[in-house]
Design a protein around this ligand. Sequence first.
Ligand code: ADP
Length: 565
Amino acid sequence: MQAMKDAGRLEPYLAWLTFAVFRGGEVLIAGMFWGALPNWMVITWWAIVAVSGSCADLLTDTLFPKGPGVAAPVWPFWFNAVCFGTAAFFLYVPGNLGYQGVLNVSLLCVAALMALQSVGGAPRLVAAVVLVPTSLRYLAEGDRIHILLGLGGIMISAGLAAVAHQAKQMLEEQRRLRERAERAVEAVASVNLAKARFFAAASHDLRQPVHAIGLYAEFLRGLQVQQPQQRQALEGIRQAWHSLDKLLGEVLDLTKLDANAMQPQFQSVDVSALLRDVAQQHAAAAQNRQIALVVIGGDRLRYVRADPLMLQRAVANVLTNAIKFSPEGSRIAMLSRRSRLDGRDAWRIQIRDAGPGIAESEQERIFDEFIQTQNTARQSAQGFGLGLAIVKRFCAVMGGAIQVHSRPGRGTTMNIILASAPVGEVAVRDPEMVAPAASLTRIGAGDDQILLVEDDPHVAGGMSLLMNEWGFNVCHAESAVEALQLEHQATLALCDVRMPGEMSGIDLAIELRTRGMRVMLMSGETESALREQARAESLTLLVKPVAPAALHDALKTLWMQDGQG
Ligand code: ADP
């Protein structure tokens, strides 16, 4: 409501300007009649319009807005208009058409100004009152010229009143529409935020079952199923799990980014090292398609201010697309160039491919969710159209940008632009990004004890089966208290972070480590704060759903440690 009221009010400086124009105009009009009429008449007219006009401006909300919910009085405007109208008596020079013409023009100007003055609450009809008394006096004169002048004045008054009224209605309609649009935008934003928050909160519960399915499928695969149909069904489950796992991860990332639940942990990131790492991780995929991955200037020291994991994932997403869309035998170049970002020094990380390119009309759309220009059949193996949407959000939360330069048939260059940073702490590789081992061979000797602290029975069941296969004897605890009672039986421990009871998985892991165990964490939550905490405690953190191969790899590393963590 306040917005609506404010919308009808002049800017403060304009309100004071109008105040000054009116007061000056009143002096001017009075001055024009000085000498043509007795002085007391001119002074009286000037005094009543100046006082009533000033009061109208002061008493209403023209100059000083009233508080919310306080209605400004309207009568001062009417009173001021009636005072102007007294010109029909005080400024009327009988028998002098010249002066009467001047009076007409003056009153017309005042009436027009009053009609146009878009002061909150001012009834624009008051403009008519200014002219009507003088027009009536013309009519009373009775001769042809005066009758025409009088009729003209009344017609102009009526016209002004009608136009002013219509303008006021239009303004109010526009205000109503704008208010409705603002309310709709607010409603959509709050629904979106609520939805994003819901997904972010549900993320842990969604990840648990997906994680468990992957573990059970991997266990079944290890059983060497003989029947071709069973093998086919199992492979189908694995493929479907893979798609679900990827889609879930991407959707949850998007919603978390939208709900501001994923905040970057800024560091100085060495761009060249990061490009080399990402290229190495994708070397096999590129080689399969005989694509040459070239990192240009990979030995130069260039630092950007970024979250290392977010940047790594952004570059990896863009590179995956470049490999996917490049023709066999072509070349992909990865490099960095100097750039500017919001007036500051920046680095532009470029990934150039020789693929089919992207039409100009599609170049903005590809950053929207679920947009794929090359996968009209929507095969899940081709991705879900979320990769670039995530990259765009990663870049945005890191204060950077992503740009595409492409022409159909001429390849694509993706640019990730980030502010440059001083040489600083070099990013630690996140265990999530470690490439999984190729084959899931036996690790333990069969009698190696591992303590699994996990409150979800499905996840615990799947993990136990797999870890048995890999040569471990699993003792399962559902809570920290239970784990502390069982601890003496095992040398390795794998602790879920979110657990029932007072003690968190991190506290438990630290406690078990002080008792001489080798410990690792896993969690269905992906908050960067949790990652940071684990990193600060030098604890490996696996994020659910953990691919069996990644679990195998991490367990092997833990098993080979010297026992002191
Ligand atoms: P997806 O995971 O399905 O590839 P993305 O969001 O990463 O989803 O990409 C969206 C779409 O943008 C792709 O389906 C493709 O049409 C287009 N695209 C992205 N990168 C390239 C590229 N390097 N060359 C050609 N098209 C591309």
